[in-house]
Design a protein around this ligand. Structure first.
Ligand code: ADP
Ligand code: MG
Length: 685
């Protein structure tokens, strides 16, 4: 029995009541307590005064010199000052609201004081003090003291005492789980040392090394789990090995109105290879907006159909479903593929018919929203599932999908370029194919950032483009708290544009409150060019493809994430003409202004994503909790990205190594894997 798994009450000083308090911090076992790491330190080490910087918090030892002076302000406020000689320098130490100290501050007494030091005036605001002649030296003095997150009923001091007691009693039970070669290669402390040092470092460097070891372990374990999923999946032969007739695929590719880019060929090759193999494909297809992912999806779907299987394409919105359905129909109907749309606006009867055809195998391909997987939809022979906008999917949803009946090949597409550090964290268990090239001849979209007062000129600019036969999108602010306000905004802007254009052109209005039927009509009108200007909330965000549109105006652009702005911008620049993106924003903060500048400086989605990540951190990057990003205790995927790369590399090598799955030396790591039920029965002790 592992002693670290004992309840925390085994630690001296922790009783039933304290343990109940600790439970609210998710601390139940000794191990939980030892792994409750400090989030920062207080530095109480005695310093040389000459090294202190202006305003820095320092700890010094000195001798009291002269009488303390107390001053009262109003009823309760007071300040007591006394001179202290430190290294032959006279410093004035000040305490606030502690007049009772007067009798203790006797001249000649030695005292240690910590506080903020004002170098220019030789003043110190004391936050803590200790008389050197006092009997008991408090534990934190002269040290770097850890600061922990606690609850109202647990003080940081108490937490320090408990953790120290836990280390004294159980420190020697902490076992190493990393293999020795990794410790050596990266000069890492042992697990026990690291845990001791992260809590009570002897020096700043010590604490850093402790943290480094433990953060590495955290990243390695996470990557190991991801890579092990991948390896176990690759080894299992429960996938469908599709016999794909390559000549038919080539014929289809030749029928396309354009040659594929080199990147499209390469990723299509990756995908077809996975489909032909007897493991289930688990692949992420990423590429910047407009890089041509839809055609690649069409090739994969056609391949599945030629091999005798059915395919499903799932997308996040109805509009996108319509759009993909239309595209696929154009491309695939000439090749005798039966394809249907499972739409929210279908009648009960239409829906029943589609489902029956799907179950009988008459239908080859179905397109719908993500609700497709949750509902009672049965397939005759599902071989391939493609889902678009994958980042809205967590790890769990991915599993549900795999567990639904057969073991189809799964391809996830994302139009949001994901910085590599996040991609290997959120999607570390998947293979990744990237389309890193745009079709030839695309003109980069020109992006401008303007203030609200320029509205008249923006309208005039829209008119100029529309006069030339182009079309424009006008996207209205996103106010997350209230869909109603969003809609009202769009309605107001629509009215303003109608007044401006005095009905010379058709101004369409699109928002989430419209009936699916109405949305469809507006979209069709815009597709056919009967509507010249489309005012919309963000429902057009993803995937809409109208190559004649050349202007994208975005109101209150600073309310959007950069990835989303880039998505919206990607709706234009799809045709021959020069296109424009106009961001209307008056950001209040410097970060806000920097974000607008980034958009005007680059058209590269991966660069936008990387800079956004650096600016806002990983939590905000995906914008939702459903990002599939794990929460690390110590590691920071942005700051520790180098370590993340190394951990990923090492994890990949580990799972490739037969010894990892068998040898005693790796049982600590395997044990960790087995805490996840997916691996129970698949991994030995
Ligand atoms: P996204 O990757 O954003 O989903 P799409 O698949 O919608 O991009 O493609 C954007 C546009 O580019 C479409 O109009 C599509 O027909 C066109 N396209 C795709 N591949 C090529 C290519 N190799 N050459 C020229 N145009 C292409
Ligand atoms: Mg797309």
């Amino acid at each position: 029995m592992n002693a670290l798994l004992s309840p925390v009450t085994k630690v001296k000083g922790i009783g039933a009541e304290s343990s109940a308090d600790l439970q609210s911090l998710h601390i139940e076992t000794v191990r939980d307590l030892l792994e409750h790491f400090p989030y920062r330190y207080e530095d109480y080490r005695v310093r040389d005064l000459s090294q202190a910087e202006e305003g820095e918090k320092i700890t010094v030892i000195g001798t009291i010199y002269g009488e303390p002076v107390v001053r009262f302000y109003g009823k309760k406020k007071s300040r007591i000052s006394v001179k202290i000689v430190v290294d032959r320098v006279v410093v004035t130490a000040n305490w606030f609201n502690r007049p009772f100290l007067k009798n203790q501050l006797q001249t000649g007494r030695e005292i240690m004081v910590s506080g903020k030091f004002e170098r220019s005036r030789l003043q110190l605001s004391v936050s803590e003090h200790h008389f050197m002649d006092a009997a008991k030296t408090k534990e934190k003095e002269g040290t770097i003291a850890p600061v922990y997150s606690t609850t109202a009923s647990i003080s940081v001091k108490q937490m320090r005492r408990w953790i120290r007691a836990a280390l004294d009693q159980f420190g020697h039970d902490i076992r190493e789980i990393l293999p020795p070669y990794l410790l050596e290669k990266y000069r890492l402390m042992s697990r026990e040392e690291a845990i001791r040092h992260i809590h009570f470092p002897a020096s700043v460097e010590d604490g850093k090394q402790g943290r480094r070891r433990l953060a590495f372990e955290e990243l390695l374990l996470f990557q190991l789990k991801m890579q092990a999923y991948h390896a176990v999946n690759r080894r299992s032969t429960d996938g469908t090995a599709m016999p794909i007739p390559m000549d038919k695929i080539r014929e289809f590719v030749h029928s396309l109105p354009f040659p594929l880019t080199r990147a499209q060929r390469r990723v299509a090759g990756d995908i077809l290879k996975d489909m032909q193999a007897d493991y289930s494909m688990n692949r992420l297809l990423q590429g910047d907006v407009g890089s041509g992912k839809t055609v690649v999806a069409a090739i994969a779907l056609y391949a599945a159909v030629c091999a005798g299987y059915q395919g499903a394409l799932m997308v996040p919105t109805e509009i996108l479903a319509e759009q993909h359905y239309a595209t696929l129909k154009d491309l695939l109907t000439p090749f005798h593929v039966e394809i249907a749309l499972l739409s929210g606006s279908a009648t009960v009867r239409q829906r029943r018919d589609v489902l029956a055809q799907l179950q009988s195998g008459m239908l080859n391909i179905i397109v719908g929203t993500h609700a497709l997987i949750q509902e009672d939809v049965y397939f005759a022979n599902l071989g391939l599932v493609i889902t678009d906008e994958q980042h809205r999917f967590g790890v769990e949803q991915r599993r549900i999908l795999r567990e639904k009946g057969l073991h189809p090949d799964v391809l996830f597409m994302t139009a949001t370029p994901i910085p590599r550090t996040l991609a290997i964290t959120a999607f570390g268990d998947m293979d990744v194919s990237t389309i890193d090239e745009l079709p030839a001849g695309r003109k980069p979209v020109e992006t401008y950032w303007v203030r609200h007062e320029m509205l008249e000129r923006i309208f005039a600019f829209i008119r100029k483009e529309v006069d030339k036969g182009r079309q424009a999108y006008v996207i209205c602010p996103l106010i997350e708290e209230s869909e109603k306000l969003d809609v009202q905004n769009a309605i107001d802007v629509h009215a303003a544009l109608n007044r401006y254009f005095t009905r010379a052109y058709q101004i369409g209005l699109m928002h989430g409150r419209l009936h699916p039927r109405e949305k469809e009509e507006v979209m069709e009108g815009f597709n056919r060019g009967e509507i010249q200007v489309l005012v919309s909330t963000t429902v057009v965000e993803v995937g809409v493809n109208v190559p004649n549109a050349s202007v994208m105006v975005i109101y209150d652009a600073d309310r959007f994430g950069l990835a989303q702005l880039h998505q919206l911008r990607g709706r234009v620049g799809r045709g021959e003409e020069q296109s424009y993106c106009i961001l209307i924003a008056d950001p209040k903060s410097e970060v806000g202004r920097e974000r607008m500048r980034i958009m005007t400086e680059t058209n590269d989605g991966f660069e936008v994503a990387q800079r956004d990540l650096e600016l806002r951190g990983p939590g905000d990057f995906f914008g939702t909790k459903q990002s599939g990003l794990p929460e690390f205790k110590l590691a920071d995927v942005v700051q520790d990205y180098r370590m993340l790369e190394v951990a990923r590399q090492e994890a990949a090598e580990l799972v490739e190594n037969e010894a990892f799955w068998e040898a005693e030396a790796y049982s600590g790591l395997r044990h960790y894997l087995k805490e996840d039920e997916f691996f129970a029965g698949k991994v030995r002790d």
